[in-house]
Design a protein around this ligand. Structure first.
Ligand code: SAH
Ligand code: SF4
Length: 348
C-alpha cells in the first residue's frame, strides 16, 4: 500500500516509511494528506497564543542559539513581574485566550517570583504555557500548583550524541527526565525539534517523530534550524524550510489530535511560511505580544519576523491571514485534543 494512504488509514508508520516520506521527490501529496487529517481531527479553528519573551538571559550555551551565554553581542534584558503581568493583560485585551511565557534559562526568576507571576496571570482567566527550559521536578510541581497549564520543552533531537554535542554541559537524560516529570505532573506537554541541524539525517528525524508519538506529546513545535552568525554554527548555509515542513506534515499524519504550531521560524525562511504550515497540518499560531525595545532583543535566530511591529498590528495581520486561508480563529482556550484524550484514558 502507498505509504501516505497507509498513514491516512492507520496513523502509524515505521521508521523506514517515515524516512521515505521525508525524502519524497514531490512532497505536495504529503502536505495535502496532512491537511486532510488536520481538518478531520482538529477542524478549521486556528488557536492563537500570545507569546511573551520576558528574559533573554541564559545560563546555557546551546551552539545553535543566539541567546547562548557566550554570545557577548546580545544586549541582555529581564522584564519585571509587573511588566510581564501587564503584557499578559494586554494579550487578553487583544483577544488571546492563552499566553506563553518564554525565556532563556534564567535563575533570577526563582520559584517564588514565578508563583507570583503565574497566579496573577491565571487570575486573568487565561490558559498559561511556560517555556523556561530545564528545571527540577520540585520547580515544575510548584509552577503547576500555582496554576500553569502547559509546558513547552523541545527535545531538539533524539540523537543523544548530537544533542550533547550541540548543547554542551547539558545531558540528554536530563532532558528526558524533564519531559517525564512534566507528564507526571499533569501538564499539557509540548515538545518538538529543530529540523535541519548539522549532522541530523532524515533517519534521525524519523526517530524524533516516533519519540513524540510514543511519549506521547500533546503539542509538537517543529521549526527549521536557522544559522545565527554570532554562534559556532553561524556558517551553516542550508535552507531548512522544506525539511521542517515535511517533518511537521508527517507529525500530523501520525498524531492527528495534537496541536501543531505554524512556527515563526518557518516564516523567517519563507514569506508565506506560516500559511504553508497551516495548510500542511498546523492549527496554532503564536504571535509575539512583547512590547518596546526588548522586542528586538530576543533573537534566537536571524531574520525573525515582526520585531518592528506592535502587538496590535500582529494581531490584525495574523487574523487576516487566517481568514484569507478559509480558516477561523479558535474561540476557546484551544486545549489539545490529545490531552483531553489522555486524561479521559486515565479516568477510565
Ligand atoms: N530556553 C528555553 C526556551 C527558549 S529557546 C529552551 O531552550 O527550551 C526556544 C527554542 O528556540 C529552542 O527549543 C530551540 O528549538 C529554538 N531555537 C534556538 N536557536 C534556534 C535556531 N538557531 N534556529 C531555529 N530555532 C532555534
Ligand atoms: Fe538558552 Fe534555550 Fe537558547 Fe539553549 S535554546 S541557549 S537553553 S535560550
Amino acid at each position: 500500500m502507498d505509504i501516505i494512504e497507509k498513514a491516512l488509514k492507520d496513523h502509524s508508520l515505521n521508521k523506514t516509511e517515515i524516512t521515505e516520506l521525508l525524502r519524497l521527490k514531490d512532497a505536495a501529496p504529503l502536505y495535502a494528506a496532512a491537511d486532510v487529517v488536520r481538518k478531520k481531527y482538529v477542524g478549521d479553528e486556528v488557536h492563537l497564543r500570545g507569546l511573551i519573551e520576558f528574559s533573554n538571559i541564559c545560563k546555557q550555551n546551546c551552539l545553535y542559539c543566539g541567546l547562548r551565554r557566550d554570545n557577548k553581542k546580545v544586549k541582555r534584558y529581564r522584564l519585571s513581574a509587573e511588566e510581564i503581568i501587564k503584557l499578559a493583560e494586554n494579550a487578553k485585551n487583544y483577544g488571546y485566550k492563552t499566553v506563553v511565557l518564554q525565556s532563556g534559562e534564567d535563575s533570577f526568576y526563582d520559584a517564588d517570583k514565578m508563583t507570583y507571576i503565574i497566579k496573577k496571570i491565571k487570575a486573568l482567566d487565561l490558559a498559561l504555557t511556560l517555556s523556561l527550559g530545564e528545571k527540577t521536578f520540585e520547580e515544575y510541581r510548584i509552577y503547576r500548583e500555582a496554576g500553569a497549564d502547559r509546558y513547552l520543552l523541545r527535545i531538539e533531537t533524539t540523537d543523544k550524541s548530537l544533542y550533547e554535542r550541540l548543547d554542551p554541559g547539558m545531558s540528554f537524560e536530563n532532558r528526558l527526565r524533564c519531559l517525564k516529570d512534566l507528564k507526571e505532573l499533569g501538564y499539557e506537554v509540548g515538545s518538538g525539534i529543530m529540523a535541519g541541524l548539522p549532522g541530523q539525517s532524515e533517519d534521525s528525524i524519523a526517530e524524533d517523530i516516533l519519540f513524540m508519538k510514543n511519549l506521547p506529546v500533546h503539542m509538537a513545535g517543529i521549526g527549521p534550524f536557522i544559522a545565527h552568525p554570532d554562534t559556532p554554527l553561524g556558517e551553516e548555509k542550508k535552507n531548512n524550510f522544506e525539511i521542517a515542513l515535511r517533518t511537521m506534515a508527517v507529525t500530523r499524519l501520525l498524531m492527528p489530535l495534537i496541536n501543531i504550531p505554524a512556527t515563526t521560524a518557518m516564516e523567517a525562511l519563507d514569506k508565506d511560511g506560516r500559511l504553508k504550515a497551516l495548510q500542511s497540518g498546523a492549527n496554532v499560531v503564536m504571535p509575539n505580544v512583547t512590547e518596546g525595545e526588548v522586542r528586538k532583543l530576543y533573537i534566537l535566530y536571524p531574520g525573525k519576523i515582526c520585531t518592528g511591529e506592535t502587538p496590535s498590528v500582529c494581531r490584525g495581520c495574523i487574523e487576516n491571514k487566517i481568514k484569507a486561508a478559509g480558516r477561523s480563529i479558535g474561540l476557546g482556550k484551544g486545549v489539545s485534543k490529545a490531552y483531553v484524550y489522555d486524561k479521559s484514558e486515565e479516568t477510565l
